[in-house]
Design a protein around this ligand. Sequence first.
Ligand code: SF4
Length: 224
Amino acid sequence: MPQKKPKPRTAAERKSRLTKILAGLDKLYPNVTCALHHESAWQLLVATILSAQCTDERVNKVTPGLFAKYPRIEDFAAVNQGELAQDIRSTGFFNNKAKSVIGAARTVLQNFGGQLPRTIEEMLTIPGAARKTANVVLGTAFGIASGVVVDTHVQRITGRLDLTKHQDPVKIERDLMAMLPQSRWILFSHQLIHFGRSICVARRPKCGECPLAALCYSKDKVAP
Ligand code: SF4
């Protein structure tokens, strides 16, 4: 068994530990961004809706053909739901996703003049855009730090690193927003998502090659 690391006891120790975690992530991933391919904020919204319960890799295989077939938001607003569902079938949950994408297109056209809004409150009125999706689009497409994206990787790793006691993504996000400087909100999620895909994976994390191992006292930590 790996040696158990002592938990920080004071606010100053917790802050120092967080600074070291952020520095470690910066060293690993100085320049990372969203893995979903897109050429506009609208395309990123569609790709993010399609990415629910699906890999980014799979979504990136589907979206080139999709955006060639429906180049404008108006095309998505006008398409028959059954036809769109077939176009995105391989991403799973295709009926719900087709409904969300069509609803999103109509809302963006009717309520926002065909341009994606730039506030979280407005984004949350768009069908298919819960906080995670809204934060992805605002952060990646517009550089607006509206919150912290909490996906399955961020959820798992913030628990392992003891940055939150919560499981609920909304509560985790609230903890992270309180803990991190706003200037880190966008990059932090991208870094954790890459970290979760390559090192701190769900099953048998690669703790032997983890630069944060000295700071980790998770029960999931495994001996190299
Ligand atoms: S030591 Fe292991 S469990 Fe802890 S953060 Fe690194 S990879 Fe994840």
